[in-house]
Design a protein around this ligand. Structure first.
Ligand SMILES: *Cc1c(COP(=O)(O)O)cnc(C)c1O
Length: 345
């Protein structure tokens, strides 16, 4: 095996969805945009559908079409970017439900696909997608008369429980939807964990399903094992890797492992991250290169065949912290070259 192996634990994924579902009376959806945060939307979607998920969210119509092929008829698939020019055939043929974000999108949708279901997004502070309060008050009656399947908004800082934006957005969302008889949705993973007041009718967890913060009790879903290609002894004073940024301070053993920044092991991890050999933490030695990284295995019990970057000792958020980013980016950057294995589901 010369490529790294990414193992996706579908049982852990389903367990995470079930724990989030048990926290609320709302219907629990699943956000599986960007190929299920890099873990494989078809496998993830089918595992969640088998566990009872009936509502899925993707970013763009193309992702929705692929998901519909994987899931078959039945589950609701919402497209968060809405109805874009040229999408009418795909939305119609693949039974995808766009979340309309603007008056332009609403007109396009009602003209191209009259009678085809849709949802609506309202902007309550993100200033990213959705109708502003003023725009909404102008079109609200017309829009509601067309029978939206869902009205949603998105939280700016749900993973920070005491951020005052949360209450502000909740209040504004309630005002903008007051008196409407339509299913509502506000909560991402952070929103589910905040408080029941944020749950409304449908929740939209993403990162929590995949084992990431802020869902502290989540089971890890992704593990990544990288093969060792070569091991060597390095004498004190010798350096490892491009530009010689790591210098041996003692007689050292270096393993060269077969993954690099082309596989989503960010170059920014150079000098900050480690991999694990059994229970031994082995720091990266020198710069991450495109397909290779040096690892200081001096303290490991012997020359390993593989090392673990993601596993029981180190999760996506640990690696994210070392890279100065978030677990979402670690997951979505996971390399296309990895051999993918799925457990359970
Ligand atoms: C990505 C996304 C989510 C999921 O957010 P998580 O923080 O991953 O739970 C929910 N809603 C919208 C609109 C999104 O774009």
């Amino acid at each position: 095996m010369s490529t790294p192996t990414l193992t996706v634990d579908l049982n852990a994924l389903v367990a995470n969805w079930q724990v989030l579902a048990a926290m609320s009376r709302a219907e629990t959806g699943a956000v599986i945009k960007a190929d299920a945060y890099g873990l494989g939307a078809a496998r993830v979607g089918r595992a969640l559908a088998r566990a009872g998920a009936r509502t899925f969210f993707v970013a763009v119509a193309e992702e929705g079409a692929a998901l519909r092929t994987a899931l078959g008829p039945g589950p609701m698939i919402y497209v968060l970017s809405g109805h874009m020019p040229g999408d009418a055939d795909m939305l119609g043929d693949m039974d995808l439900t766009p979340i309309l974000n603007s008056l332009d999108q609403m007109i396009r949708h009602l003209e191209a696909l009259p009678g085809h279901p849709f949802g609506l997004q309202l902007d309550t502070g993100m200033n990213r997608l959705g109708m502003e309060p003023s725009e909404w008050s102008a079109v609200r009656d017309i829009a509601v008369a067309q029978g939206p399947q869902l009205i949603m908004s998105h939280l700016v800082a749900a993973e920070v429980p005491d951020d005052e934006m949360n209450r502000h957005q909740l209040t504004l969302f309630r005002q903008m939807t007051a008196g409407l008889d339509c299913p509502l949705s506000l909560a991402n993973t952070g929103g589910v964990l905040l408080d029941k007041a944020y749950h409304f009718d449908v929740t939209r967890p993403g990162i929590g399903l995949y084992g990431g913060r802020p869902f502290a009790d989540a089971r890890p879903v992704a593990s990544l094992d990288i093969p060792v290609i070569q091991c060597r002894d390095v004498a004190p004073g010798e350096t490892v890797g491009y530009n010689g940024t790591w210098t041996a301070q003692r007689p050292s053993r270096i393993a060269t492992i077969g993954a690099g920044y082309a596989d989503g092991i960010f170059r920014a991890l150079s000098g900050h991250a480690a991999v694990w050999v059994d229970e031994v933490r082995c720091p990266l030695a020198g710069r991450v290169s495109m397909d290779l990284v040096g690892v200081d295995i001096t303290d490991a019990p012997g020359d390993p065949k593989t090392v673990s970057l993601l596993g029981p000792d180190q999760g996506i958020d640990d690696v994210a912290d070392a890279a100065g980013t978030i677990g979402y980016e670690i997951l979505t950057a996971l390399g296309a070259r990895y051999t993918r294995r799925y457990l359970g589901g």
